[in-house]
Design a protein around this ligand. Structure first.
Ligand code: CAA
Length: 256
């Protein structure tokens, strides 16, 4: 049973709602475990094609749970290895969309940055305030932000620990879209449903190839892309997509 998240699905979209509203969805370890287990479960579930992560009107998540973390030692952290759980998010093959209202700070921002697309409200606030706690982002924030905006801008934001507006985040290519606060979930679901209509195997092969672009050389990336291109030709969906084109009809993809 989940204690800190609500889970449901709707027409091929699996939804995870972070649910610790009294502390602005601060992420304690159990909550992260629940999120990751649910992502893995949706990833294995054939009736789910796209996953949406959302919070509430006030916060997506205001970071790792400071109270839980404050008495850790280097050795306790080494033994707990808390970020290994986060690494599993990068292994999820299906698209993950973040619907961000309110605060996405510290670990909350990192959780959004682990998602493939981020839809934010016009008054959403992003940032890494860890420096003000005497620490630094620990769930990949320095890496994700630098890949999105470059070294100098990332250093400026992470050193100063200031809150970034949704408009600034959009400007730096950190998020995809901005909408009015009351439309964030609607717009994210609209996009998610649009993605459920695409060929699922192509969608996952595209996800793998695009994410690899940040880590590998151009030639290695092109080789991976090519192998995925060939692999797509083993799917019924490739036959269906191309037949539908020649027959001038809308394709119906099965994810096979
Ligand atoms: N951990 C634990 N509790 C938190 C929390 C967090 N990250 N963020 C908010 N809360 C709690 C507050 O303590 C408060 O609880 P009480 O009502 O019991 O006092 C409740 O949520 C509401 O928060 P505020 O009263 O502070 O609300 P506000 O509107 O005045 O301020 C805020 C909102 C600016 C987000 C402020 O809560 C804040 O600065 N939160 C901490 C943000 C932060 O530092 N995040 C980084 C955490 S470290 C990290 O994430 C490391 C990593 O990389 C993994």
């Amino acid at each position: 049973m989940n204690k800190f998240i609500n889970v449901y699905s709707e027409d091929g979209v699996g939804i995870i709602q972070l649910d610790r509203p009294k502390v602005l969805n601060a992420l304690n370890r159990q909550m992260v475990d629940e999120i990751v287990s649910q992502l893995e479960s949706f990833d294995r579930n054939d009736s789910v094609r796209v996953i949406v992560l959302k919070g509430n009107e006030r916060a997506f998540a205001a970071g790792a749970d400071i109270e839980e973390m404050m008495n850790e030692t280097p050795l306790s952290l080494e033994l707990l290895n808390p970020f290994a759980e986060w690494d599993k998010i990068s292994l999820i093959k299906k698209p993950i969309l973040a619907a961000v209202n309110g605060f996405a700070l510290g670990g909350g921002f990192e959780l959004a940055l682990h998602c493939d697309l981020i839809i934010a409200s016009e008054d959403a606030k992003f940032g890494f305030p860890e420096v003000k706690l005497g620490v630094l982002p620990g769930a990949g924030g320095t890496q994700f932000l630098t890949r999105a905006m470059g070294v100098r801008k990332a250093l400026e934001w992470i050193w100063l620990g200031e809150q970034m507006t949704a408009r600034e985040a959009l400007h730096y290519g950190v998020i995809n879209r901005i909408v009015a606060p009351e439309l964030v979930v609607e717009e994210t679901m609209r996009l998610a449903h649009q993605l459920t209509k695409q060929a699922p195997i192509a969608i996952r092969l595209i996800k793998e190839a695009v994410h690899a672009a940040a880590d590998v050389t151009l030639q290695e990336g092109k080789i991976l892309e090519r192998k995925n291109f060939y692999l797509a030709f083993s799917s019924e969906d490739q036959k269906e997509g191309m037949c539908a084109f020649t027959e001038k009809r809308t394709p119906s993809f099965k994810g096979k």
